[in-house]
Structure formats: structure tokens, C-alpha cells
Design a protein around this ligand. Structure first.
Ligand SMILES: Nc1nc2c(ncn2[C@@H]2O[C@H](COP(=O)(O)OP(=O)(O)OP(=O)(O)O)[C@@H](O)[C@H]2O)c(=O)[nH]1
Ligand SMILES: Nc1nc2c(ncn2[C@@H]2O[C@H](COP(=O)(O)OP(=O)(O)OP(=O)(O)O)[C@@H](O)[C@H]2O)c(=O)[nH]1
Ligand SMILES: [Mg+2]
Ligand SMILES: [Mg+2]
Lengths: 292, 276
């Protein structure tokens, strides 16, 4: 626990007499370790530590009665600030349907999250439709169909020789005619360095003009997350993130790193495999989690 | 090469630290590796080439010798486990294909009876690989599937049975207990058979990978790791951190979504790629 470790650091430092400004750096090393352990990007951590040092020096924390506690406060509030505002809900497009496109690496939870989002919207009194635009993974369409069934939301599945773009376009048309007011599009997992699949994603985006293109990110993602998110962002401008598998013990530093670098907010968090396991994002809770 | 083409000063070590951290080795393993490199430098290694080789050797020493799958005497059982979405089912399809190519008789067990379309997904891989799949209805007891599959393994003179399990977070005690139960069924119904328990780890995983390896290892003895999705830009350095902490060998790497995108783990090639 960071607070305990910092407490030990300052007690040890005090053992040598009064604390000085230089002692702050010893504490900052502990904080850096905690951030790296939490998968915060190395560069993001470095900039973050510099800002914490500035605040700690500004507050002359070495003169405080409980400098360890004070430093943790600074770190927590700075993390919370970086993570941005709590999500206030998806804004409906002025002219329906609102189109939401889910993108991301393989296995991050897109298909499951598509179902969760659809259920969430339905509970809010909206009329969502799901589009099964993953035509490559074995039984992906079937997976979304089952998920849609459980959510009580209709699913548009590929017909004939349709590709992902044609499916997305037809789903949008179907949404208008039903009429549905929100279209949630599940896409195939792909690498940001796969030129063909990245181009396909850009064509899907072109065909349906999403109001929300959301990167679905696994909470256990490591240091490469920022590069990956930047790759996706170049292909299809991202509007936000959904952070999944937060019911585990992954600290989620990759999410902070992406928010800090891309300037896009986390909208929702996935907290389990059930369709109800979707919660709005709260920055202070994620900040506490990253701190460990 | 930028890193190795310059003098051995403190900025060299700082940049090396950043390279290893960025590869997901984690602070602890990175510190240990750099300490060892400093020792080698003190002992007289000075040229960039020699440094690079020394660094690769240090990483290879942590990763251990290439470890093959232990499949004889047949029949052997491979249980594939790991957290949600790591690449288990796809890896099984690839393994089945490889074993069939090697002339082995393969059987798959669809013991993920929980997730939507998990059984269908494995059945498609079974068709692609040309192997049979033992399955029950969705929602049935995974242990019953494993039990049936082992009886079929014996009856049909199968060489390798591969068991697909549901993704599970290592923090869920009930799910880890379910895994222990599956392991008990395997040991009881196939006593003395070689058993490989492979943890499939997503190469993009950060430091949480260590917790995953520890907790799965606590549930049942792991024989190795499959590092999946190494075809991305993540370096998979978490495998080094896990080897350092638990001596758990990577046996296979997944390099894509196609049936032949699976290779034995080559510690030297992996170490070289890490430093690029
Ligand atoms: N514990 C937990 N598991 C989750 C969560 N979200 C998704 N999963 C699980 O993660 C695994 C992968 O989910 P999918 O929805 O298939 O992921 P995907 O991104 O669609 O995968 P691809 O289409 O192959 O890229 C499944 O086992 C899901 O049940 C979550 O919030 N918590
Ligand atoms: N690029 C790449 N994708 C992979 C690799 N291995 C698996 N995948 C993809 O990762 C996604 C998840 O694979 P699955 O095999 O469903 O993973 P799983 O561990 O069985 O997932 P759950 O059963 O839901 O826990 C799929 O889209 C696969 O195609 C790999 O080596 N490279
Ligand atoms: Mg999917
Ligand atoms: Mg699976």
C-alpha cells in the first residue's frame, strides 16, 4: 500500500534528523514504482512525478507532521484530475439514430460490452439495435446474437456475401426503419498495425458516421497501450474509452495513460461477464485503484 | 541499435531502463537485469555489440532453456487455462492442427460451458483442424465434459486430448476452485498420463500477469505458458518477469489468428526482439 510505504520512507528519513526538500525525491521514487507497478506508461509517469514534485515542493510537505499522507493526497487528487470528469451519460444525437462503434484489440470485451451497452440503453428507455460486424472470428455473430437475445435487443447479422461495411450500412438502415434510436456496432478485434483491417475500420466509420467511436480496453493492458490507442485514433478518431475486466485486480494504469495522452475520457467500466456488469466511470475510484 | 551505439554512461543505463520498462519487464526485473549488466560492464564488456550480446544472455538466462511439450507416453492431456479473452480457444485450434500434422490422433473437450457461443467457436476450430470435439449442452458441468472426454480418449486411442476451459479472472475463488476440480478429474481418470497445464497469457498484459501466473499456479501446477498475440507491438516482457519470479517457462507463442500461427518459444529470438 503506497501510504504505508511512504510512511516508512519518511520515518526512515526523519531518523536522520529533520526532513529537507531533497527527501521529497526519495518519496517520489516510491510513487514512481507504484505507478509503474500499476502499468502507468513510463513517459506519463515521468511527467506525472514532475508535477507531483512541484506540488509537494510548493506545499513544503517535508515540514508537515504527516508528509507521507500529504503526498498521497497530492498524488490521488492529481490522478483524479488527470482522469477527467465522471461520465454523465451518452448524449443522444440531434437526429437519430445515435451510432456507437466499438473498436479494439482482440479479446478486450467488445462483443460482451456491446450487449451491456444495449441493455443499459434499453433500461434508460431507448430503443437500441446491435450490429454483428465481426465476420472473421469463429461464431462471433452467434455470440452477439445470444448476447442480444439475453438483452432483449434485436441483432442485425450478416446476410449473403456481405462484408463488415455492407453489414454496418444495412444495420443503420434497419435501425432507421424499425425505428430504433441507437445503433451499437460490434467490430472484429484487430491490431492497430494491421493495415488491411485498419482500412476496413475506416471504411466502416465512413459508412455509418458514428457519434461515438469507443476504444474497448482491457484493464490489464501494459505499456504498449498508448501506442496502440494512438494507432486506432489515427485510423478512426476515438471519442472515448470503455475499460473492461475491472472486477479483477489489474490496476488500470494503461487507461490513465491513454486518457492523459489522447485527451479522451473513459465513459464506462466493465465489471463482470454478466450483461448488467456495466457502470459509469468515476475518476476518484479509478485513481484509488491505480494507487493500489 | 541507437541504445548500443554510444558510451556506457548513466544516460545509457537510464535509456536501457526505459526500454525494458516499456517492454513490460516491470521495475523489479528491470533493476535486476541492469544490475547484472553493470557487473558485466565492470568485468570489461565495453563495445556496443558485446553489451547487446551480454544483455540478451542475461534475458535468456532468466527465460530458461527452450521447453517442449511433454506428450509421451500417449495419451497425453493438455488443459488450457487463463483469464478472459487471452487466446485459449484459438490456441487450441492451432495446437490441434499442429498435432494432426504430426500424425497424432487428437480430441478436443469443450469444457467452457459458460460463455455465449464458446462451444460453437471450439467446434469450428475442431472442423478446421479435422478433429473431433466432445461437448455437452451449454450450462452443463465442465467436469462432466472433461470426464466424458477422457473416457472417449481411452476408448478411441487418442494421442492428445486438449481441454478448453472458460476464461476466468484469477481473483475469483469459486472459479479457481472449479479449475482445481477439473484438474482432479484429469488426474483421477487419466492416472499417470502426461498432463500439460498451459496458462495462455496475452502478450499485451502488464504487471497483472504476475498475479495471474501466481494465482493460477496456486490452483494447479502449471507446466508452461503460451504467450498469445505476440504479433502485435507489445513486447511480451511480462513473460520475463514471470520467469524471474516463478521459473515458469514459455513453451509456445501465438503469432496471429490463423490456424498455423503458433510456434515453439525461442528464448534467444524473443530476447533479441525485446531489445530491438
Ligand atoms: N471478468 C470479466 N470478463 C469480461 C468482461 N468483459 C468481457 N469479459 C470476458 O472477456 C472475454 C472476451 O470477451 P469478448 O466480448 O468476446 O471480447 P471481444 O473484444 O469481442 O473479442 P474479439 O472479438 O475476439 O476481439 C469473454 O470471456 C467475456 O466474457 C468484464 O468486464 N469482466
Ligand atoms: N492477433 C492475434 N490474435 C489472437 C491470437 N490468439 C488469439 N487471438 C484472438 O484473440 C481473440 C480471443 O481469442 P479466444 O481464443 O476466443 O480467447 P479465449 O481465451 O478463448 O477467450 P475466452 O474463452 O472468452 O476467455 C480472438 O479474436 C482471437 O482470434 C494471436 O496469437 N494473435
Ligand atoms: Mg468480439
Ligand atoms: Mg475461449
Amino acid at each position: 500500500q503506497l501510504q504505508t510505504r511512504l510512511g516508512t520512507v519518511f520515518t526512515r528519513l526523519r531518523g536522520r534528523g529533520t526532513l529537507s526538500a531533497e527527501d521529497v525525491d526519495v518519496a517520489l521514487r516510491e510513487i514512481r514504482l507504484a505507478l509503474l507497478e500499476a502499468d502507468v506508461n513510463v513517459k506519463v509517469a515521468r511527467d506525472f512525478i514532475a508535477r507531483v514534485r512541484e506540488a509537494a515542493v510548493g506545499q513544503e510537505i517535508w515540514k508537515s507532521l504527516n508528509p507521507g499522507h500529504q503526498v498521497v493526497q497530492i498524488v490521488h487528487s492529481e490522478l483524479t484530475r488527470l482522469l477527467g470528469e465522471a461520465h454523465r451519460g451518452l448524449v443522444a444525437a440531434p437526429k437519430p439514430p445515435t451510432v456507437i462503434l466499438l473498436v479494439g484489440l482482440h479479446g478486450t470485451g467488445k462483443t460482451t460490452t456491446a450487449g451491456k451497452l444495449a441493455l443499459h440503453l434499453k433500461k434508460q428507455g431507448r430503443h437500441p439495435l446491435l450490429a454483428a460486424a465481426d465476420l472473421s472470428r469463429p461464431a462471433a455473430v452467434r455470440q452477439l446474437e445470444i448476447v442480444g437475445q439475453r438483452a432483449g435487443v434485436p441483432v442485425v447479422s450478416p446476410e449473403g456475401g456481405e462484408d463488415a461495411v455492407a453489414l454496418a450500412r444495412r444495420a443503420l438502415a434497419r435501425c432507421r426503419e424499425l425505428p430504433g434510436d441507437t445503433l451499437v456496432v460490434d467490430s472484429a478485434g484487430r491490431l492497430h498495425i494491421d493495415e488491411e483491417l485498419v482500412a476496413e475500420l475506416a471504411r466502416v466509420r465512413e459508412a455509418i458516421s458514428p457519434h461515438y467511436t469507443l476504444l474497448v480496453l482491457d484493464a490489464m493492458a501494459g505499456q504498449d497501450a498508448v501506442r496502440m490507442a494512438e494507432g486506432f485514433h489515427r485510423a478512426v478518431p476515438l471519442d472515448g474509452l470503455i475499460l473492461t475486466k475491472l472486477d479483477g485486480d489489474a490496476r488500470g494504469g494503461a487507461a490513465l495513460s491513454i486518457v492523459a495522452t489522447l485527451g479522451r475520457p473513459i465513459l464506462f467500466i466493465g465489471t463482470g461477464e454478466r450483461l448488467e456488469a456495466l457502470e459509469p466511470f468515476h475518476p476518484d475510484r479509478i485513481a484509488s485503484r491505480i494507487l493500489g | 541499435d541507437e541504445l548500443f551505439g554510444r558510451p556506457l554512461d548513466e544516460t545509457f543505463y537510464e535509456d536501457l531502463e526505459e526500454t525494458l520498462l516499456a517492454a513490460d519487464l516491470g521495475a523489479g526485473t528491470t533493476e535486476a537485469v541492469i544490475a547484472r549488466l553493470r557487473e558485466r560492464a565492470r568485468a570489461g564488456i565495453r563495445t556496443p555489440d558485446a553489451l547487446r550480446r551480454a544483455l540478451a544472455e542475461i534475458l535468456v538466462a532468466i527465460l530458461g532453456e527452450p521447453a517442449p511439450l511433454h506428450l509421451s507416453p500417449a495419451p497425453a492431456v493438455i488443459v488450457v487455462l487463463g483469464v478472459n479473452g487471452s487466446g485459449k480457444t484459438t490456441t487450441i485450434g492451432k495446437l490441434a492442427h499442429r498435432f494432426r500434422r504430426e500424425g497424432r490422433k487428437v480430441l478436443l473437450a469443450a469444457a467452457d460451458t459458460f460463455r455465449a457461443a464458446a462451444i460453437e467457436q471450439l467446434e469450428i476450430w475442431g472442423q478446421r483442424a479435422g478433429v473431433e470435439v466432445v461437448r455437452h449442452a451449454e450450462g452443463s458441468d465442465p467436469a462432466a465434459v472433461v470426464y466424458d472426454a477422457i473416457q472417449a480418449m481411452h476408448a478411441r486411442h487418442v494421442d492428445v486430448l486438449i481441454v478448453d476451459t472458460a476464461g476466468r479472472l484469477h481473483t475469483k475463488a469459486n472459479l479457481m476452485e472449479e479449475l482445481r476440480k477439473l484438474d482432479r478429474v484429469v488426474r483421477r481418470e487419466a492416472p499417470g498420463a502426461p498432463v500439460e497445464s498451459l496458462l495462455v497469457l496475452d502478450a499485451t498484459t502488464g504487471q497483472n500477469g504476475i498475479a495471474q501466473a501466481r494465482r493460477f499456479q496456486a490452483a494447479l501446477p502449471l507446466s508452461g505458458i503460451v504467450l498469445a498475440k505476440l504479433d502485435g507491438t507489445a513486447r511480451g516482457g511480462i513473460a520475463v518477469a514471470i520467469a524471474d519470479a516463478l521459473r515458469l517457462p514459455v513453451k509456445l507463442v501465438g503469432l496471429g489468428e490463423h490456424i498455423d500461427d503458433l510456434q515453439p518459444f525461442d528464448p534467444r529470438a524473443f530476447a533479441e526482439a525485446l531489445l530491438t
